[in-house]
Ligand binder design. Sequence first.
Ligand code: DQA
Length: 142
Amino acid sequence: MKLLILNGPNLNMLGIREPDIYGRQTYRELEEYIRKEAQALGCEVEIRQSNHEGDLVDWIQEALGRFDGIVINPAAYTHTSVAILDALRAVRLPAAEVHLSDVDAREPFRRVSYAGLACRKTFQGHGFAGYRMAMEFLCGEV
Ligand code: DQA
C-alpha cells in the first residue's frame, strides 16, 4: 500500500501561521507525525508540499500507476481549484481530503470544496490526526 500525501499552499508555514487556528506544531512535525503513523499502519508514504497549484496537478497526474491512493489537503486551493478536482477525477485513484481546521465552522467561502467532490471521504477539524484517519480509511478501501 503506497500513499501519496499532498499538502497545498501555506501549510509549510504551520507553527507560524494563525496558531490559534492551526496550532503551534510545525510542518516538519506534521511530516514526522505522518511518517510515524504510516509506519504503524504498515503503509508506505511519500509526502509533498507546494504553494503552486500546477505542482499539485502534476503530482496527482504522476501518481497514476505509482501510488494506490492519495491523501490531499489542498489548503486554499480546496475552495478554488477546478484543476485539482479534474486531475483527481482523471487518475481515479482513491482519495481522501484532510483539513486541519473545521472548515465548515469558519468563513462561508471555506464551505465549498472542489477537490472534495473527487474524494471518498473528508476529515476536518481533527488537526494532525486527520491525516492518520485518512490513511487508515484508504488502507481499508484499497
Ligand atoms: C486548511 C483550510 C483551508 O481553508 C485553508 O485555506 C488552509 C488550510 C486546513 O487544513 O484547515 O490553508 O486546508
